[in-house]
Design a protein around this ligand. Structure first.
Ligand SMILES: [Zn+2]
Length: 287
């Protein structure tokens, strides 16, 4: 049974939903009925909880949106994916390194004790905002030299425009980069549906491949062509200090999925919900 079979993708969550509904109602789960074979063109809607938003695209690249998929949210750690689009190739080529001690000047990492030594792969997997900010500040210096302020700003805005709305302060120069560019605040916003459409745009053609290489270990990446990679992240909730919502973005090459969980969730829930909704078997050795 292949996990890329569209029937698996939508049928398994549907069965999970009927079982969980039966459990909630306090009735004994009925014996599973013989599995119907839904037409691939009319997928069953996945079982979402209130406030969740999900966007899925399969091999035909058509985006299916469910729940709160159109609702715009602060991007949180998924902003790092947009940086991979702009500078990922450069950073991978330079094999950038960073030592996260938990603070960098006035900036604090979400992990107070710090992430330790990171390369690009570890930074994207562990969502170290300080590492990204450090590399961005380095790159910004280089762009000023290489392109000049105006062209550097245009290059930045060209990639980030869909996520900035009208929130970038007017000006001719590069903005001052802070944590709001890598996961904090609500400067960068998107919805599951909008982010998925952006990812599937031919302008981003290399990006999912780049994410796959960074998110999977070498053996999995090389030999398990249908392996899922899932990037999770938290995002702040505007106006509520300390509150978070959570994102999960993943792909197994055939399917690409963006999930947003409502207020009161974190990375662990985002991973678990993504795996449950997409019926991905959970590996025993997951940290
Ligand atoms: Zn860190």
């Amino acid at each position: 049974m292949g996990w890329t079979d569209p029937r698996c993708l939508f049928l398994v969550p549907m069965l999970a939903l009927s079982l969980s509904l039966a459990a909630q109602a306090g009735t004994a789960p009925a014996p599973a009925p013989p599995a119907a074979t839904p037409k691939a063109s009319t997928p069953t809607a996945p079982a979402l909880r209130p406030g969740e938003g999900l966007a899925i695209a399969g091999p035909d690249l058509e985006v299916h949106a469910y729940g709160a998929a159109a609702q715009e949210q602060p991007m949180g750690d998924l902003a790092q994916i947009v940086w991979l689009r702009l500078e990922g190739e450069e950073w991978a080529a330079r094999d950038v390194q960073f030592k996260c001690t938990g603070t960098m000047g006035a900036f604090h990492c979400l992990l107070p004790k710090g992430h330790g030594r990171l390369n690009l792969k570890k930074a994207i997997q562990e969502s170290c905002q300080l590492a990204f900010l450090g590399w961005i500040l380095d790159s910004a210096q280089y762009w000023r030299h290489e392109y000049g302020e105006g062209a550097a700003r245009a290059r930045l805005v060209d990639v980030f425009a869909p996520f900035l709305g009208r929130r970038l302060k007017a000006g001719e120069n590069l903005p001052e980069f802070g944590l709001e560019w890598v996961g904090a605040g609500d400067l960068l916003r998107s919805s599951p549906e909008a982010l998925l459409k952006w990812l599937l745009d031919p302008a981003q053609s290399e990006l999912l491949y780049r994410c796959r290489r960074l998110m999977l270990d070498f053996l999995t990446e090389t030999y398990q062509t249908e392996a899922w990679w899932i990037k999770t992240g938290t995002a702040p909730v505007p106006g509520e200090a300390g509150a978070t919502s959570a994102w999960a973005l993943g792909s197994n090459d055939a399917y690409t999925v963006v999930l947003h969980l409502p207020k009161g969730t974190g990375k662990t829930e985002a991973l678990a919900r993504f795996q449950a909704i997409m019926a991905i078997p959970v590996k025993a050795k997951k940290k």
